[in-house]
Write a protein that binds this ligand. Structure first.
Ligand code: ATP
Length: 533
């Protein structure tokens, strides 16, 4: 089913999942606030990740597909770290995108995100740029080419197109480019580098001396604490450290709802292992992480695991795969990244000790400046791992599954959104996995009298201690069910006349619409059972 994004965005606003940040002041591009239901949904996703990957992970037996049993621990690091962290990690020099500005529209674009196609008409040949993909992009470029030439729709036959939509990066000179929001040619500036890290100043020092950055990823906090974790928690290789937290990137063109934001949350694991076993562990994590999304309800037909081509790999990586989802706002056939799983070798730990590494003549070595000194000095601290069985000190290899909590939340919302005809009415339903649903169960007294509210309140209070439960006694029962369907509540419990005589309640299932009677005291165990699935 294709999801109508406008309807989903409006539901998110109307029912309190997501609001534009600082909305009363007109919003701030690239920033979002989670409302009362959104915060529960995103927290459930992060909790599911934390539980499945870290706290409930079984240290004693190897999980299916894993070469060995392994340990997992957690960490929560500061957002602002020593500026040298970002110099040695490579973010200071390399974490940039190329942007182009439009002198006419004053808009800014990410160079690699603009596409377009060449057209010839009235003795002119030019490139019509657009930010829209697929069929819509073709239509849009057609309309704008006509407008630029002063032609009417019926003169469309005069346009002779040369090839499909291609990236602006394939165009050498911008003299013949009609920018995505421009009416004349040649208004785009040449691409310029733009570092994505947000800069800030620590303490009373102004100027470069006090300059620091908001972290663009949570991973580096894990690397710089590697030795602390090993020394304090007696973990042995192979083991992983996980962290969930905010990251910040000054994205040039935030868009597609929360998909590309400037402030977002990541759920990252750095998994440390012996170098000889890293290829096996890389494959394990790639498959394990893919399965996690399907287990929680993303359809495998809309999810893909894409291994990066050799030329896409970072300078340190021996293998990277992305888990991608066919978000409904993307053109058909296109996918957006949910998570990257990278084999990072020993790049990070070595850089934080020896100084920033770079690939020189095919080998990773410390990058030197003109005077032959390390370009960015490492900490000098020996943060290698000591294996007391083989009596060897070495840099472990690292596998990094790095997921976005906001992109995950958005993917689960898109997957869950359905509109269907039920008894001649359109029912909007979020088919969220019960573990993710913001409200687990709604307790509904059929009428507000005859002892029904009292019995319903007793069930509500009993469940509320452990679960997010909603009590609703307002309006016709059908309307109350619809309100719960729309926010993804998997179960409703209705207390009716029969409840008062035989102690049973109606248990309604959101997806099958099946209603069964169960004893009121079995309601809590029933919920517990279903949430464990
Ligand atoms: P993209 O290519 O889409 O910019 P990336 O490859 O730079 O993503 P990573 O650095 O691998 O992303 O970050 C890991 C995860 O963090 C991504 O898979 C994504 O889920 C999330 N993420 C990264 N950038 C953003 C963003 N601007 N907004 C929301 N989530 C993001």
């Amino acid at each position: 089913m294709s999801v109508n994004m406008d309807k989903l965005v409006s539901l998110c606003k109307r029912r309190g999942f997501l609001f534009p940040s600082s909305e009363i002041y007109g919003g701030l591009n690239g920033f979002w606030d989670y409302g009362p239901l959104g915060v529960e949904l995103k927290r459930n996703l992060k909790d599911a990740w934390w539980k499945d990957m870290i706290s409930a992970h079984d240290d004693l037996d190897a999980p299916p597909g894993a070469p060995l049993a392994y340990q997992m621990v957690g960490l929560d690091c500061s957002i602002v770290m020593h500026p040298q962290v970002w110099k040695c990690s490579g973010h200071y020099d390399l974490f940039h995108d190329f942007m182009v500005d439009c002198r006419e529209s004053k808009k800014r674009y990410r160079h690699d995100q603009v596409r377009g196609r060449w057209v010839e008409a009235r003795g002119k040949r030019f490139f019509v740029a657009t930010q829209v993909g697929g069929e819509e992009g073709l239509k849009e470029t057609e309309t704008r080419a006509l407008k630029h030439l002063g032609l009417r729709a019926k003169q469309v036959e005069e346009l002779v197109w040369d090839g499909a939509l291609v990236s602006l990066t394939t165009v050498a000179s911008f003299e013949e480019v009609l920018g995505p929001d421009a009416t004349s040619l040649g208004t785009l500036t040449p691409p310029r580098e733009f570092n994505l890290m947000f800069k800030t100043f620590v303490g009373a020092l102004s100027g470069e001396e006090g300059a620091a950055f908001l972290r663009p990823e949570t991973a580096q906090g894990i690397f710089v604490n590697f030795k602390n974790v090993v020394d304090s928690s007696r973990v042995k290789l192979p083991f992983g450290i996980g962290q969930v937290g905010k990251s910040f990137r000054n994205e040039i063109t935030p868009r597609n709802f929360t998909f590309r934001s400037r402030e977002f949350e990541q759920m990252e694991i750095e998994f440390f292992c012996h170098p000889s076993q890293s290829p096996e562990w890389y494959r394990y994590w790639r498959d394990r992480r893919y399965r996690w999304y399907t287990d929680l309800g993303l359809a495998s037909s809309r999810l893909r695991l894409r291994d990066h081509d050799h030329d896409e790999l970072s300078h340190y990586s021996c293998g990277t795969a992305d888990i991608e989802y066919a978000f409904p706002f993307l053109p058909p056939g296109e996918f957006g990244e949910l998570e990257g799983i990278a084999h990072r070798g020993d790049f990070d730990l070595r850089s934080h000790r020896e100084g920033k590494l770079a690939r020189i003549n095919g080998e990773l070595s410390v990058e030197l400046d003109a005077e032959g000194k390390p370009r960015h000095k490492g900490s000098g601290k020996d943060i290698r791992y000591f294996d007391d069985q083989i009596k060897e000190r070495f840099y472990p290899h690292v596998i990094e599954p790095s997921a976005g909590a906001d992109r995950g939340t958005l993917a689960f919302l898109c997957e869950a959104f359905h509109e269907e005809e039920v008894e001649g009415e359109t029912r909007t339903v979020l088919r969220l996995h019960p573990r993710l649903a913001p409200v687990k169960v709604a307790i509904l007294p059929l009428v507000n009298k005859d002892g029904m509210p009292e019995m319903a309140a007793r069930i509500y209070k009993e469940m509320k201690r452990d679960y997010s439960v909603y009590y609703d006694d307002g309006g016709a029962i059908g309307r109350r069910y619809r309100r719960q369907d729309e926010i993804g509540t998997p179960y409703c419990i209705t207390v009716d006349g029969q409840s008062l005589t035989d102690g049973t309640v109606t248990w309604r299932d959101r997806d099958t619409l099946e209603q069964i009677r169960i004893r009121a005291e079995d309601a809590l165990p029933e919920l517990q059972k279903r949430l464990r699935i």
